[in-house]
Ligand binder design. Sequence first.
Ligand code: FSX
Ligand code: SF4
Ligand code: F3S
Length: 372
Amino acid sequence: MEHEEMSLFPGLSRRDFLKSCGALAGLIGVSGPMAVPRVAQALEQMAKRPAIVWSCFQECLGCSVNLLQSRKPAPANLILQQISLNYHEAIMAPAGSQAKKSFHETVDSKDFYYVVEGGIATGIPDACTIGGMTSMEMCKDAYQKAKATIAIGTCACYGGIQAAAPNPSGSKGVTDFLKEDAGISNPTVINSPRCPGNADDTVAILLYAIVKGKLPELDSLGRPKFLFGQLVHDNCERRGHFDAGEFVEKFGDEGSDNGWCLYKVGCKGPVAYAPCPKTRWNANNGWPVSAGGPCIGCSEPDFWDKQSPFYEKAPGIKLPGDITPTQIGVGLGALTAVGIGAHFVGQAATGRLFKGAPVEGMEDKGSEEGGK
Ligand code: FSX
Ligand code: SF4
Ligand code: F3S
């Protein structure tokens, strides 16, 4: 029956459930006639609701809002119904000692996944203190006991806006904190950046592991390649205008009205590795460029410092008219990559994700210090 209700996903019709599975299959690169049944089966067979501890450190809460506002049949909505969110500082019902109890009981069980939203205050540890524990203490303790750790949003991945110069609180992403301040030499953290973090990205990462039985290959910045392996520019709906040399020269001009390329008014799509044209915002309805604003490169480390001024051209990008005769025939995609050489992300693998689990294309670089 088309609108049969599924007991596992209350309120979700079979059609919407399969639609979400189809979207997820596309995201994680599962194709063919069995793609949707495979994803559906994986979701339906998640027998035990995995426990999640979710820390909110130095951030704006946008990452949580994005997750909580995901709507049916958005992929994130499926996972929301399948997890046990044991601890989330912003939305959990218990407060005070009861909240602390939930944190310690779940963390000490060692049977949970750890999600971090926000940067770690390493310069002024007391600046981020929750229930008497600093972000440094909480993050180290939970990381060491978690089955896996995911950093959601650019703040948790690389420090984000708090880390903008002069970074008074010493904000760092989880990986840098663990390496530089917690004495853990080879931390295994999967980074899901963007500002805010996108819930569908996070769900796709979890589903990739469940459906494929292994964890995704990461780029040199800890981001899954299957999601963050392409430039925003590669999938942008305005790319045809870039290739045709049709640019917005200033906001509100004729080019703006025509939906032309935003490169000349600051778009950093040619240097930002992110899936924004595919996993969008507001129930998958839009993303910065579709709304008429340039990409500000929020998926990249230190973007507040390195990608600004936000409304000025990114340097070093070859425009179509700049192509030299020797480059003709190589292909525009390749030429663009040459033009952004300084930003081209190395594809070297950096470590393991989930403890004990191999990661595609990654070598085990040794054990961590610090009690793991
Ligand atoms: Fe950071 Fe999340 Fe930016 Fe905000 O909470 S990634 S400030 S828009 O959303 O942590
Ligand atoms: Fe799209 Fe920006 Fe690239 Fe233009 S420069 S095609 S607006 S990503
Ligand atoms: Fe960020 Fe650019 Fe995407 S600003 S959300 S990486 S379009």
